[in-house]
Structures are given as structure tokens and as C-alpha cells.
Design a protein around this ligand. Structure first.
Ligand code: CU
Length: 203
């Protein structure tokens, strides 16, 4: 016989599962997107996000991501997360780091530490946080926060593949070269997954 408490948590689990099942039912299919700069060269290491009408704008509370420190550098240098994501900052180096951000999107500081700090940092506003380390001036990283579950980062070939529902959506692009205060560059794409989409990004 379930107690009222366990019944409540069980129904909560089911609500979450049903929510996830519905989210998957949007008939998303892998869509290849190629980004180029104005002169047609591949735009590498760019944050790509796609705004799909009706999609959940904030991440479920259990969603986490990692921004590691390896070889006295942030790994990855550009991390894209959905609004509401908890980010951990594991340190894989033998030296200690002191990670901080002064960006309006998220100001925080994790004082001189080794290993993985137990408390994640929650990124609850869209925009870009620039990361640094008090000990190693050359360490530079970015966390780009987007209001959509559809996002990725382009590879060296300027390509990213996202699972997208068919239809007309707004594509947003941001690269570290734009600087954190610059909003994403927006264009409209028509997704039908059978054909790759090429977008020329004009800053
Ligand atoms: Cu450091």
C-alpha cells in the first residue's frame, strides 16, 4: 500500500516521463546545417540555436552540463546550454583554478579549488557569460545560454546536426568573436531534413 508521500513522488515521476515523451513526439529528424562567414568560409566553433514554436524554453531542473578545466584551458571553450541548466566545473588539472564570471547574465566565483565543486552554477538567463581564471590569465571560456532545447556548436567544417521538427524556424548564431554583449545573429530556416541547409552569417 503506497503512502501518500510515495504516491505523490510516483505521480511526479510519471508527469516528468509523460512530459519527455510528448517532447519527443514533435517528429524531429536530424537536420544538417552548414554555416559560413560572409566570404563563404566555414564558420567554426559557433553556437547555433533554433527557436521552435511551442518548444519548452527552460531546461528541466535535472539537466546538467560540464565546463571542465584541462591543461590550463576551459574544455570546451564554448559551451551552449538551455536556460535553467546546472553547470559543474570539474578541474582535471593538478593545479588549482579559481573560475569566475563578471558577465551580467551570471556573476559567480568558485574560489581556488581542485576536483569537482559539489555545487553547480545555475544559468537562469539567456545570453553569454565570459569565464576567466584568477590564477591563469590566458584561460578564457564562454557559456552561451539559449531559450530552446535545440542547440549545438559547429565543428571545424562549420557544420552542426540538430534534431529538428520540419517547418520554418528562427536560427540564431553567436560566436566568441562577436563579444558577449552582442546578441545572436538571426535568420529564418526551412527545415525538411532531406536537404542540408547552408546559412551565410552576416554580422
Ligand atoms: Cu586556472
Amino acid at each position: 500500500m503506497p503512502t501518500p508521500t510515495s504516491f505523490f513522488s510516483l505521480s511526479r515521476v510519471f508527469t516528468v516521463l509523460i512530459g519527455q515523451a510528448l517532447a519527443v513526439c514533435v517528429h524531429a529528424a536530424p537536420q544538417v546545417i552548414n554555416l559560413t562567414n560572409e566570404s563563404g568560409q566555414p564558420l567554426a566553433n559557433a553556437a547555433v540555436s533554433v527557436m521552435v514554436k511551442g518548444a519548452r524554453t527552460t531546461a528541466p531542473t535535472e539537466v546538467t552540463a560540464n565546463m571542465a578545466q584541462k591543461g590550463r584551458a576551459f574544455a570546451p571553450t564554448l559551451l551552449v546550454v538551455q536556460t535553467g541548466t546546472s553547470v559543474l566545473f570539474p578541474n582535471f588539472d593538478t593545479v588549482r583554478h579559481h573560475v569566475y564570471s563578471f558577465s551580467p547574465v551570471k556573476r559567480f566565483e568558485i574560489k581556488l579549488y581542485a576536483g569537482t565543486p559539489a555545487t553547480p552554477v545555475i544559468f537562469d538567463k539567456p545570453g553569454t557569460a565570459t569565464l576567466g581564471c584568477n590564477i591563469h590569465d590566458k584561460m578564457l571560456g564562454y557559456i552561451h545560454v539559449v531559450d530552446t532545447p535545440y542547440f549545438g556548436v559547429t565543428g571545424n567544417d562549420g557544420q552542426v546536426t540538430l534534431d529538428l521538427p520540419a517547418g520554418e524556424h528562427r536560427l540564431r548564431v553567436w560566436t566568441p568573436s562577436l563579444g558577449e554583449a552582442t546578441p545572436d545573429i538571426e535568420s529564418v530556416i526551412k527545415v525538411n531534413s532531406a536537404q542540408a541547409i547552408t546559412v551565410r552569417v552576416k554580422p
